[in-house]
Design a protein. Structure first.
Length: 483
């Protein structure tokens, strides 16, 4: 599929990464003074170039979404109503209604970008999805590579060189051209997932990309990203290589490998039990909890106070919540939590902003997403389940499903919607769509007439054209192809 056939929708994914990246690049931040930045209530002024990039990205988001919706309607392509309805209901309950009926009503044009892009992504076809995954992978390659390169030129801009609270002492904590190291870790993890299902065509480039992604993932020192990648990797292994692994285990010639694996597992369990019985782990755990890092862990790095404030707002405004202006500079200054830009939990954030209405719609939306991820895990090559797990784990400490404005958080959310929409797209329609594109792209050739007077290549009446019948079912799922 060429760029004209793919439309503008794939280009919104690089735009979602470019605006925050340029904002960081031109901000002149110093991560060594990250504590001072957290205590500042008012946001730092933005460069004029970033404001213009933001306007261009907003315009691209709206134009690409309208083009996708109009193109889908003009061709009368099918719409998967459960996904579209769940997404629309969640935006209405978490953004639309609180903006009007919340305790502090507020409405702006920036609230329309995320629903427009989400609706357009819910209409993605398998061919459009293949182009989106490829472009998102390439955009992440550039973002991670630029952040790593700036570590040599401007280390304080992209890394906390003196970071000492991680599990890798002496290693700088890399934030790259993202707002925070946690965001950098999540994007590196998603990049590795996309690279898994859509590898580069050249082996050397593919291996270099894997080395880049793993390096950034380690240097980001985000335990949530590490855990998410481990779980997603296991899911992808089971779904993509599971049958081959079972076949190898059933092979009598490989019985020695199975015995060695079982022996290694037994040895690891024995060593772990010995450490527990010796009491060495108990002493190390006590020393850790008595340290500054342990105190942060017990208080969930200070998030317990933020969660308490969110629960209090839900108690005071139980139906439609406080409103979308919650966690703005004025509110954070009033409660004495200058770093609390959101509730650091998807459920509590929706409860505080949108009340019980927001929580109810979040339950419906989350249930729909996870049901589709599990039902179509194998058909999507494991990517739907991997992205679903990523968002679910991140929802514990962040707000990855937020539809208020747009940014790096919306990047993964929209990728999941595209993956689910393309996976549930009817395979017959996808095959016809691909055959029609190939027919339009191929040059017209003169046809000869048969003895019966019919043009060669035309099927007899009542039978389908041979080109459509010959289209393989795999055309509706482009997973695993190199590009």
């Amino acid at each position: 599929m060429n760029l004209r056939q793919a439309g503008l929708l794939p280009w919104i994914f690089p735009a979602l990464l470019a605006v925050p990246a340029f904002d960081v690049l031109l901000s002149g931040r110093d991560l060594a003074d990250s504590l001072v930045a957290l205590e500042a209530v008012a946001p730092a002024p933005r460069a004029a170039l970033v404001n213009w990039l933001q306007r261009c990205a907003s315009l691209l988001l709206l134009v690409a979404s309208l083009e996708q919706i109009a193109h889908h309607a003009a061709r009368r392509l099918p719409v998967y109503l459960p996904l579209v309805a769940a997404f629309g209901l969640y935006w209405l309950g978490s953004v639309g209604l609180p903006a009007v009926f919340g305790a502090r009503p507020v409405f702006g044009h920036d609230l329309l970008y995320a629903p427009a892009a989400g609706l357009a992504c819910c209409l993605a076809t398998p061919q459009e999805q293949g182009r989106i995954v490829q472009l998102a992978r390439d955009a992440l390659t550039g973002l991670l590579l630029a952040g790593l390169a700036l570590l040599v030129w401007r280390p304080s801009l992209v890394a906390d060189v003196g970071y000492a609270a991680g599990m890798l002492p002496g290693l700088p904590r890399l934030a790259g051209l993202t707002p925070h190291a946690v965001t950098q870790g999540q994007l590196a993890q998603v990049f590795l997932l996309l690279l898994w299902v859509r590898p580069y065509s050249r082996p050397m480039a593919d291996r270099a990309a894997w080395a880049l992604g793993l390096t950034v993932l380690v240097m980001a020192q985000s335990k949530t990203a590490w855990l998410a990648f481990a779980l997603c990797a296991m899911a992808l292994l089971v779904l993509r290589q599971g049958p081959a692994l079972r076949q190898q285990l059933n092979d009598p010639s490989r019985a020695g490998t199975l015995v060695a694996a079982c022996a290694g597992l037994c040895l690891a369990v024995t060593l772990g039990a010995g450490l527990l019985l010796s009491g060495a782990l108990d002493q190390r755990a006590a020393d850790f909890l008595a340290s500054e890092q342990g105190a942060q862990l017990l208080s969930l790095t200070g998030r317990d106070r933020i969660w308490a404030a969110a629960l209090e707002e839900w108690r005071l405004h139980p139906v439609f919540g406080y409103g979308l202006s919650l966690w703005d500079a004025e509110y954070r200054n009033a409660i004495g939590l200058p770093h609390a830009t959101h509730a650091h939990n998807q459920w509590l954030d929706d409860a505080a902003r949108a009340g019980s209405v927001g929580v109810a719609t979040l339950i419906v939306y989350s249930f729909t997403l996870m049901t589709l991820c599990l039902r179509h895990a194998r058909a999507s090559g494991g990517l739907a389940l991997a992205l679903g797990l990523t968002l679910a784990l991140r929802a514990v400490g962040e707000v990855p499903l937020s539809l208020q404005g747009y940014g790096t958080e919306l990047f993964v959310h929209l990728l999941l919607l595209v993956t689910l929409a393309a996976t549930v797209f009817p395979s017959e329609t996808a095959a016809d769509d691909k055959f029609a594109e190939e027919s339009l792209a191929a040059p017209a050739r003169p046809r000869r007439r048969t003895r019966s007077g019919r043009l060669a290549g035309l099927a007899p009446k009542g039978r389908a054209a041979p080109g459509i019948q010959a289209a393989p079912a795999a055309t509706s799922s482009p997973w695993g192809r190199r590009a």
